[in-house]
Design a protein. Structure first.
Length: 61
């Protein structure tokens, strides 16, 4: 399964539905990859408005 990134919350998943926002606006065309282990302690997570641990794309086209 190709990895896809949610256009809304940037989470990377191989499902057809975003596990975070339950939306289906997923794109296979994304760049960069960050793993957030603890969203409450990560400045990057704060900047990207990420609230849950997981894998996220930096840029989605
Ligand atoms: Zn989402």
């Amino acid at each position: 399964m190709p990895q896809k990134a949610c256009r809304v919350c940037k989470v990377v998943t191989s499902d057809n539905v975003c596990p975070v926002c339950k939306g289906s606006e997923l794109s296979e065309d994304f760049f960069g990859f960050v793993i957030i282990l603890d969203a409450s302690k990560s400045q990057l997570a704060e900047k990207m408005k990420i609230k849950e641990a997981g894998q996220y794309a930096l840029k989605i086209r």
